[in-house]
Design a protein around this ligand. Sequence first.
Ligand SMILES: *Cc1c(COP(=O)(O)O)cnc(C)c1O
Length: 456
Amino acid sequence: MSTKQKRFFLTEDQIPTQWYNIQADMVNKPMPPLNPQTKQPLKPEDLYPIFAKELCHQELDQKNAWIDIPEEVRDMYKYYRSTPLVRAYGLEKALGTPAHIYFKNESVSPVGSHKLNSALPQAYYCKEEGVTNITTETGAGQWGCALSYAAKVFGLEAAVYQVKISYNQKPYRRSIMQTYGAQVTPSPSMSTKAGKKILTEDPNNQGSLGTAISEAIELAVSTPNCKYTLGSVLSHVTLHQTIIGLEAEKQMEMAGEYPDIVIGCFGGGSNFGGISFPFMRHNILEGKKTRFIAAEPASCPKLTQGVFQYDFGDVAGYTPLLPMYTLGHNFMPANIHAGGLRYHGAGVIVSQLLKDGLMEATDIKQTESFKAGTLFAKAEGIIPAPESCHAIAAAINEANKCKETGEEKVILFNLSGHGLIDMSAYDQYLSGSLLDFEITEEDVKRNIAELEKVIK
Ligand SMILES: *Cc1c(COP(=O)(O)O)cnc(C)c1O
């Protein structure tokens, strides 16, 4: 094996045929989601009105470690998978680090991010049970784009509620969704009761993810043959994303290395879990000592400053109660460019893993993230998504520690998406007008105190 190989690919027949469900191997299983009225543990059937049945079962499956990827989904994965595992020689040189840095490049998917890995199976399972329409919400638009394309692939109609401020500020993601044939509605809208109520009280409301979720769920439950889909946070979404780490495991083997550190940026946990869990299984089952680091924004630090407790997944309180690290569902994150990381809570699996010390978290300021992303762009040529810049910053921090100690650690991070549609954010960074939003301990305490009241 040449020591100079830059990129590692799998042939189509080497692409994994199963996803990995870490819940089956966890010693302490995640606590169950609760029905908010009865406080009873949720059964898969309780979720049938909202999600495709197969997804409801995947969500709560704590027994089966391996789940077959349907053939139709595997055929679609071939449109862009395997994604390359890349040795970041350029970045290593720029840092002067003895560390070996690798990244998994999920930005090569047709929609530019890892989100398609879950959009395809979600649309497929809906199609399989006779659903004709799917709906969702999107902020910056990465998930909306992935879902719009997946819906087209499987012959479904997609209705996307996009947070109004993003609908107006990120016109290209809206155009992408419309190009794939989706119907995109700025939220809040007059098309739902939830939207009407908000607009009647405040005609200039610019929307939020919480409001858009409420509108999408309302449409799904009030329309025949229509299901709701979600692009992060839930356990079935992270399950689908394990295709990233399963491929990386084989590709690292081709490179003749095994990671000492695995890093992903963290919104709800799906790309972090996707790259980490297949490697974490060797920590759990064979006592390997790989470190797993989730990189979250300093302005939305649920893992580093939040509390572990039951909370709602949305602002309106429509979802089940989830046991998670949270800043409180009323927490309103600052308007950072990494829109995909602006979420108050963490998925139930990663929350349990963090509580049990199987992973770590670090927080990254907005300016630090863009500094890292710009360095990466110059060294490797790829302009990273603002979200992915957080993973790069954390990888650089670890590589710089190796420079001090002289250790040749193997660092693997996930490049969750490219930033070519986020150049206005880079413009702000380059002109020096990008802001850091930090939250104070008092902010956090106040939100969490509110949370105690709501849960009781
Ligand atoms: C949505 C998104 C994220 C954050 O979501 P996770 O579920 O935490 O992975 C990260 N990066 C990109 C490019 C995204 O679109």
